[in-house]
Design a protein around this ligand. Structure first.
Ligand code: GTP
Length: 599
C-alpha cells in the first residue's frame, strides 16, 4: 500500500477504560475478525493476561477500511501494554504510530495512566483522538468528561468522540477520525531500510518473531538484515502482517507495520527499540532514536521449594526469557534457602506474572523472597557497586554512602482523600511536590518517593485508604543518597539471610519490631522454643518467642480411626508445601513476604 493510504495508530487508556473492547469493535466493523472469533478477546492472547484483565504484550493488527471518501485504507492497530511497569514497551509501540485513540471511561474521567500515556503519546508527536467510552452506562457523565478533556488535556471538547465499545456506538466515527486526523507515514521509500522493532515473541519453529514498523525503504523475505544495537545478523525467514493471525506477504514497505520471522533463538538478539537495516547500509544510516536496553528495577530471590527442582526452575527461566528480554536472572545461593536465582523485574506486576507463570505453566513450587531495589554503594576505598540483595550488602564499616532509586509518582484522587494520602506518603519517606485541582472535587497530587517504599504494599494501601478511588502512576526519578541500615533477622539464634532487609535508619527500630511480631505469628510452633530477633549489626533491637508445641497433633487421633489420621498427616504435608527448613526450624513462605504487609 502507498503511504497516503496507510494509518498507524494505537489505543491508549487507563486500565479498564475499555481499550481491548474498543479494539474488538474496530476489528469487527472492518470485517477483520468475525463476532464469533472475538468471543475470546483476540488482542489479549495470554490466558494470564485475560485473567488479570490487563494487556501485557503489545500486538499489531492490520485492517482494511473503506472510508466515506470511497478510498480503501490500510489501518494498523498497535495495542499497547496497559501497565506502568511496561512504560518503555509502550513508548516503543507509540513510536511506531502517527496517531492514538485516547480512551476515557465516561463514568471515571481522566485517571493517572490516562495522563501518563498521553504524555508518552505527545512525546512521540502523535495526533490524539479522544474517545469517551461506556456512554451506555447509566452513571456515564460524557459532558463532564468532555469538559475535563478540554481543561486538563487542552483538546477542544467538540473533538471528543462519544462511544460505547460494548454496544458498538461510535465505531464508524472513530474509524473516520483515524483516516482524517492521523497523519499518513512519511518515510523515505528510496532510502535504505530502517525498521523499528516494537515488540517480539518467540516461536519454536520460526525463532524470534519481531514486530516491526518500516520507517524507510523496504524489507523482503530471504534478505539478510542486521540489528543495529545488538549487531546480530540473520536472513528474514518470512515477512508479513497480523490479521490477527500471521499472514506471510513476502515483503513490507515504507510506512507499514508487520512482522519478520528472524530465526533468532533468543529475544536478546532482537531487542525492543532496535533498528533493523541492511548490512550494506549499516555505515550509512542513523539508528532510530529512543533505544534503551531493558533495566530491571525490582529484584527477588526465587527458590524451588523442592531442592531437586533447581534444574527445572533454571530451564523454566530460560524458556520464559526467550520471550521476555526484560527478565533478568542469575544463580544465587542462600544459606537459608539453598540454590536458587536472583531475578530482576521491570516492576512488581512483572514479578507477579513471572512467578505465576513458573507455577502454572511449569508446575513449579516457588519460594520467593521479599522484593528489593538496586542500591548504588560507594565503599570507603572509593569503589562502587550495585547491590540488589540485602544479604550482599557490604559491612557498614566499609561503606562511604548508599544511594537508592527514587520515583516520581502521581496520584489522581477525589479531594476528600488528600489528607490520608499525604499521611501515607509521608510515612513512606515521600516528599510533596505539587497539588493540582482537575475539577472541584478531584486533584492530581505529585510526590517523590523511594522505590523501596513504593514496592512494599504502597498500591494496596493507597487503594484501601481511598476506597479504590485513587489511581497511581510512577516513573524513575534518579538516585539519591539515604541513611540506610541493614536489618538482620535471627531465627533460633541464626541469621536468616533471605529475611535481611535494607531500611531507613529512622524506621529501623519500628520495622524491626513489627517484623519480629509478625514472624512470631507466622512461624509454626516447633517442639522447642524459638526466639526471633531483629538486629542491626550486633545490636539486637527486638525479640519475640514462638512457644514450644504442647502436644503431638497425632495425639488427637489416639487409638482412633486410621483415615482421620491419614487426613491429618496429609493436611500437614499440604501445609508444609511452601516451607523451608532453616537450621532446625521450619519457615513458611509467608514469613519471607511478611515485610510486605507491615503497613
Ligand atoms: P486493560 O487491558 O487492563 O488495559 O483494560 P482495557 O482498557 O482493555 O479494558 P477492557 O476492554 O478489558 O474493558 C474493561 C471492562 O469494561 C470490561 O468489563 C468491559 O466489558 C467493560 N467495557 C468496555 N467498554 C464498555 C462500554 O462501552 N460499556 C460498558 N458498559 N462496558 C464496557
Amino acid at each position: 500500500t502507498d503511504q497516503a493510504h496507510i494509518r498507524n495508530f494505537c489505543i491508549i487508556a487507563h486500565i479498564d477504560h475499555g481499550k481491548s473492547t474498543l479494539a474488538d469493535r474496530l476489528l469487527e466493523f472492518t470485517g477483520t475478525v468475525s463476532k464469533r472469533e472475538l468471543m475470546a478477546q483476540t488482542l489479549d492472547q495470554m490466558e494470564l493476561e485475560r485473567e488479570k484483565g490487563i494487556t501485557i504484550k503489545a500486538q499489531a493488527v492490520r485492517m482494511r477500511y473503506t472510508a466515506l471518501d470511497g478510498e480503501e485504507y490500510e489501518l494498523n492497530l498497535i495495542d499497547t501494554p496497559g501497565h506502568v511497569d511496561f512504560t518503555y514497551e509502550v513508548s516503543r509501540s507509540l513510536a511506531a504510530c502517527e496517531g492514538a485513540l485516547l480512551v476515557i471511561d465516561a463514568t471515571q474521567g481522566i485517571e493517572a495512566q490516562t495522563l501518563a500515556n498521553l504524555y508518552l503519546a505527545l512525546e512521540a508527536d502523535l495526533s490524539i483522538i479522544p474517545v469517551i467510552n461506556k456512554i451506555d452506562l447509566p452513571s456515564a457523565e460524557p459532558e463532564k468528561v468532555r469538559q475535563e478533556v478540554e481543561d486538563v488535556i487542552g483538546i477542544p471538547k467538540e473533538e471528543c468522540i462519544l462511544a460505547s465499545a460494548k454496544e458498538g456506538t461510535g465505531t464508524q466515527d472513530i474509524l473516520e477520525a483515524i483516516v482524517k486526523l492521523v497523519q499518513p507515514p512519511k518515510g523515505e521509500v528510496e532510502q535504505p531500510l530502517r525498521a523499528l522493532v516494537f515488540d517480539s515473541h518467540y516461536d519454536a519453529y520460526k525463532g524470534v518473531i519481531a514486530y516491526v514498523r518500516v520507517v524507510d525503504g523496504q524489507l523482503h523475505q530471504d534478505e539478510r538484515v542486521v540489528m543495529m544495537a545488538t549487531g546480530s545478523t540473520t536472513d528474514i525467514l518470512e515477512a508479513g502482517y497480523f490479521h490477527p493471525r500471521l499472514i506471510s506477504a513476502g515483503a513490507l514497505t515504507t510506512g507499514e507495520v508487520g512482522y519478520i520471522a528472524t530465526g533468532f533463538k533468543n529475544v536478546k538478539d532482537c531487542r525492543v527499540g532496535d533498528t533493523v537495516t541492511l548490512p550494506s547500509a549499516l555505515t550509512r544510516v542513523e539508528p532510530l532514536s529512543g533505544y534503551q536496553p531493558a533495566k530491571p528495577m525490582v529484584f527477588a530471590g526465587l527458590y524451588p521449594v523442592e531442592g531437586n527442582d533447581y534444574p527445572l526452575l533454571r530451564d523454566a527461566l530460560d524458556r520464559l526469557q526467550l520471550n521476555d528480554a526484560s527478565l533478568f536472572y542469575e544463580p544465587e545461593t542462600s544459606g537459608a534457602l539453598g540454590f536458587g536465582f536472583r531475578c530482576g523485574f521491570l516492576g512488581l506486576l512483572h514479578m507477579e506474572i513471572i512467578q505465576e507463570r513458573l507455577e502454572r505453566e511449569y508446575n513449579l513450587d516457588i519460594l520467593a523472597t521479599a522484593p528489593s531495589v538496586a542500591y548504588l554503594v560507594t565503599k570507603t576505598d572509593g569503589t562502587t557497586m550495585e547491590v540488589d540483595n540485602p544479604s550482599a550488602m557490604p559491612s557498614f564499616g566499609d561503606i562511604e554512602k548508599i544511594e537508592e532509586p527514587w520515583m516520581d509518582i502521581s496520584i489522581f484522587t477525589p479531594s476528600r482523600y488528600i489528607g490520608t494520602i499525604m499521611d501515607l506518603v509521608t510515612t513512606r519517606r515521600g516528599t510533596y511536590k505539587d497539588l493540582k485541582y482537575i475539577e472541584a472535587e478531584r486533584v492530581l497530587l505529585t510526590y517523590s518517593m523511594p522505590l523501596a517504599e513504593l514496592i512494599i504494599d504502597f498500591y494496596d494501601q493507597l487503594k484501601t485508604r481511598t476506597q479504590g478511588y485513587a489511581s497511581l502512576d510512577y516513573s524513575f526519578g534518579g538516585y539519591h543518597e539515604s541513611d540506610l541500615v541493614k536489618l538482620d533477622i535471627l531465627v533460633n539464634g541464626v541469621a536468616v539471610d533471605a529475611l535481611s532487609l535494607i531500611v531507613h535508619r529512622e524506621k529501623a527500630y519500628h520495622q524491626g519490631r513489627a517484623l519480629v511480631e509478625k514472624l512470631r505469628g507466622l512461624i509454626p510452633r516447633q517442639l522447642f522454643e524459638v526466639p526471633i530477633q531483629a538486629a542491626i549489626g550486633s545490636r539486637v533491637i527486638s525479640r519475640e518467642t514462638v512457644k514450644a508445641m504442647r502436644k503431638d497433633v497425632l495425639a488427637k487421633c489416639y487409638g482412633g480411626d486410621i483415615t482421620r489420621k491419614r487426613k491429618l498427616l496429609e493436611k500437614q504435608k499440604e501445609g508444609k508445601k511452601r516451607m523451608k527448613i532453616v537450621g532446625n526450624v521450619e519457615i513458611p513462605q509467608e514469613a519471607f513476604m511478611a515485610v510486605l504487609s507491615l503497613g
